[in-house]
Design a protein around this ligand. Structure first.
Ligand SMILES: *Cc1c(COP(=O)(O)O)cnc(C)c1O
Ligand code: SF4
Length: 359
């Protein structure tokens, strides 16, 4: 059980550790060492997740506590390496695929994950223009699926979220809604019966959450996921393969099995994206494929999600299959075809030794 007596998510969130001093004193660290990182990328660890870190140590610590290695830059790891801004016709709306868009409706989260692929925007103000986004969606009948992301969309109030979902529901061609939130993992008290009832009223609506380690599946998070699933809201999980956190056959197997046991379907296992700030979590694709191969087929197919890379330059997500051999060039890049059949170079080594070689 947790060490705080109240379970109101806003109260818990207000007591988050954010400054180097607060984080250092909670975990017995050197504040000065944290300072250089937090001045570039914000930090936030709420008391619920802080308790989990104290209980379970490194795999959770690494996801939440700033490390100076985040500051290491490589010329081909850009803040917006996936080129979301180029594919953003209005602020906070990313339109990469023909039939679906992402709305980054918030730049706040209950925990700022050190491995976040949208690190460039965390904590920033006014990243989303609701009016312009709704107008764009109305003009684009090809868009059938709208994903609320961020940041974490559940940082909005229930009323704010209800307004937005209602406005989306008034657009006839929008068929499905998705909420991409880490709250069931990082602050499960956010999932209240009132929230669930409101979400349920906007069906068909899917929730995709984000667990990376079996020790994140607690009594509280089981309850949060149970509330959603019991209400008829399908819940999936996007995990990220993270060096030092879950880059291990047994940990991932346990994670996927535990998710299935709480009726959360593993949706994607992401290779860490080629963006600035997350280099300490990246491993070679070859290593990722080896781990993936040791699970695929050995564990129920229902529990094993596709292993995905997201192409730099906005090419989109591509599933990697362990049985297909990708030849690397001398600098550590592989050539991959996108869903549109266009060819992209992907950094298959965590640290390529140079730019992609032309072939
Ligand atoms: C990942 C992503 C989506 C959703 O892709 P699915 O494979 O349908 O989950 C949509 N838009 C963008 C820009 C994305 O990066
Ligand atoms: S909860 Fe999601 S958006 Fe927020 S920091 Fe973590 S990965 Fe990024």
């Amino acid at each position: 059980m947790t060490s705080f007596s109240h379970t109101d998510w806003k109260t818990i969130l207000r007591n988050s550790a954010e400054t180097p001093e607060e984080i250092a004193s909670a975990l017995n660290l050197d504040a000065e060492a944290l300072e250089s990182v937090t001045s570039r990328y914000p930090a936030r660890i709420n008391p619920y997740y802080m308790d989990l870190i104290k209980k379970h140590g490194l795999p959770l610590f690494l996801q939440a506590v700033p490390r100076k290695e985040e500051l290491e830059d490589l010329p081909w790891l850009l803040p917006d390496g996936l080129c979301e801004e180029i594919q953003s016709p209005v602020p906070g709306l990313f339109h990469r695929y023909p039939d679906r868009v992402i709305l980054a409706v918030s730049s706040e989260c209950a925990l700022f994950c050190r491995h976040c692929m949208r690190k460039r925007d965390l904590g920033k103000k006014n990243i989303f223009d609701k009016k312009a986004a709704l107008a764009y969606l109305e003009k684009h009948p090809e868009i059938k699926d709208v994903i609320l992301s961020g940041g974490d969309p559940l940082m909005l109030s229930d009323a704010g979220l209800d307004d937005l979902l209602s406005a989306l529901r008034r657009i006839p061609h929008v068929e499905t809604l998705r909420i991409h939130t880490r709250m069931p993992c990082t602050l499960p008290y956010r999932i209240t019966p009132e929230l669930v009832k409101m979400l349920r009223s906007h069906a068909p609506l899917f929730v995709n959450t984000h667990f990376n380690h079996p020790s994140e599946i607690t009594e509280e998070s089981i309850k949060a996921c149970g509330l959603l699933v019991d209400a008829g809201i399908p819940v999936g999980c996007q995990s990220v393969l993270l060096k030092g956190v879950n880059d291990d056959k047994n940990i991932l197997t346990s994670l996927f099995r535990k998710l299935m046991s709480i009726r959360v379907r593993p949706y994607y296992l992401h290779h860490p994206d080629p963006v600035a700030g997350i280099l300490p979590f990246r491993m070679d694709v070859q290593k990722g494929l080896e781990i993936y191969r040791s699970i695929r087929g050995h564990v129920s197919g229902m529990a094993v999600p596709p292993y995905m890379i997201d192409l730099p330059g906005g090419g989109g997500k591509v599933g990697l299959h362990p049985d297909i051999f990708c030849a690397m060039d001398g600098n550590g890049w592989i050539r991959v075809a996108s869903f549109e059949g266009k060819i992209y170079d992907y950094p298959a080594l965590a640290r390529p030794t140079g730019p992609p070689l032309s072939r």
